[in-house]
Design a protein around this ligand. Structure first.
Ligand code: PMP
Ligand code: GLU
Length: 384
């Protein structure tokens, strides 16, 4: 049988593949520490879980409008109208099966075959594949992006830009000056922007994350904001994300969704409504405090490891050290897993060969044991 050349050309998701592999090895009885997963290790807070249970008991189990229940779209529109100081209405909102699904819908709705889309490096693993799946061409400058790279890409015909701060995999948060430069440069082009804000509530620096729309409000006409409940409310398995975009872009995403998945799970939508309405804000801040402490813990442990360099992550739950002497991190990670039972993600998955990603969405014990194994592995490897 002949398959789609486009789909055959896509790489598997290294993040999903490696977290699944670590879980499988653990299940088979091997002593594995997994710092792979980009998902909170906490259960979904009770008030949210209870809203889900109530939805089942009240029979809210049929199809909903395919872009989501009005109550949730209203709550999302209200929250982001306040957050971004832009007046969003429910018609700007599409609720999808996870933020990943929103991203795929938006990209698919904006990209024509051969269109170039600018992606800053390191990028989240799925962006280039989503662009390629839509027939587009990812354009990935060697270093991160700045105003110059944006203007060059636009001159060369790039139609869109995808940004993600705090960044997965590096936890990077740009400065105000940097973000203003990005916003000004985009405003001088006709490029659309997707701002993947899934880690917006997991920020460890004062003042939060500078946002492109805070500098150039008029860009809201061609900037889609993507977020969701997966990370902030420990709801990765419920599969609810949302996007806010102009009416046309939202409408197109909605049409695509109606012909592919229909509505995201009705029960999960009612649970997500409790989250967006703030019913679990106490639990949310407790989880946030844990992530903050774990960030401090992993950074202090890693500062005692030779042969690596890293920047302290300012958001999300990843640290992204550069290994001094490695240029095949896929192999490095597979040897690390084989010899030490420590699972992490190679930087090659994020377009950053020579780096590895360690997730600190893990218990303190796993973080301690993981770094001990990592340190021991490097010592033996380099005889230090
Ligand atoms: N964007 C980034 C940068 C992510 O790390 C993730 C994590 N899965 C997503 C989007 C997708 O989130 P969701 O689980 O809601 O689909
Ligand atoms: N986003 C998470 C990660 O990067 C979950 C895995 C995925 O969706 O790819 O690990």
């Amino acid at each position: 049988m002949k398959y789609s050349r486009t789909i055959v050309s896509l790489s598997p998701s290294a993040t999903l593949q490696l977290s699944a592999k670590a879980k499988e090895l653990k299940k088979s009885g091997r002593d594995i520490v997994s710092l792979t997963a980009g998902e909170p290790d906490f259960p979904t807070p009770d008030p949210i879980a209870e809203a889900g249970i109530r939805a089942i008991k009240e029979g809210k189990t049929g199809y909903t409008a395919s872009t989501g229940i009005t109550e949730l779209k209203e709550a999302v529109a209200e929250r982001y109208s306040i957050r971004r100081n832009i007046s969003y209405t429910p018609e700007n909102v599409v609720v999808s099966c996870g933020a990943k699904h929103n991203l795929a819908n938006l990209i698919r709705s904006a990209v024509n075959p051969g269109d170039m889309v600018l992606l800053p490096r390191p990028y989240w693993v799925s962006y280039p594949e989503m662009v390629k799946a839509s027939g587009g061409i990812p354009v990935i400058p060697e270093k991160g992006i700045n105003a110059e790279e944006i203007l060059i890409a636009a001159d060369n015909g790039a139609v869109g830009l995808l940004i993600n701060y705090p960044s997965n995999p590096s936890g990077y948060v740009p400065s105000e000056v940097e973000m203003k430069d990005i916003a000004d440069a985009v405003a001088d082009t006709e490029m659309w922007v997707i701002s993947d804000d899934i880690y917006e509530d997991l920020v460890y620096v004062e003042g939060g994350v500078p946002h492109i729309l805070d500098y150039r409000q008029e860009l809201s006409e061609r900037t889609a904001v993507v977020s969701g409940v997966s990370k902030t409310y420990a709801m990765t398995g419920w599969r609810i994300g949302y996007a806010l975009a102009n009416y046309e872009w939202s409408k197109l995403s909605g049409i695509l969704q109606a012909h592919s998945t229909s509505n995201p799970c009705s029960i999960s939508q009612w649970a997500a409504l409790a989250a967006v309405e703030g019913k679990a804000d106490k639990e949310k801040s407790e989880m946030y405090s844990s992530f903050r402490k774990r960030r401090d813990l992993i950074c202090s442990l890693l500062s005692d490891v030779d042969n690596i360099e890293f920047d302290r992550p300012e958001g999300a739950f990843y640290v992204f050290p550069r290994l001094d002497a490695e240029n095949d991190t896929a192999r490095f990670c597979s040897e690390l897993l084989e010899e030490e039972g420590l699972a992490v993600i190679p930087g090659s998955a994020f377009g950053a060969e020579g780096y590895i990603r360690l997730s600190f969405a893990a218990s303190d014990d796993d973080i301690r044991e993981g770094v001990t194994r990592f340190k021991g592995f490097l010592r033996r490897r380099y005889n230090t």
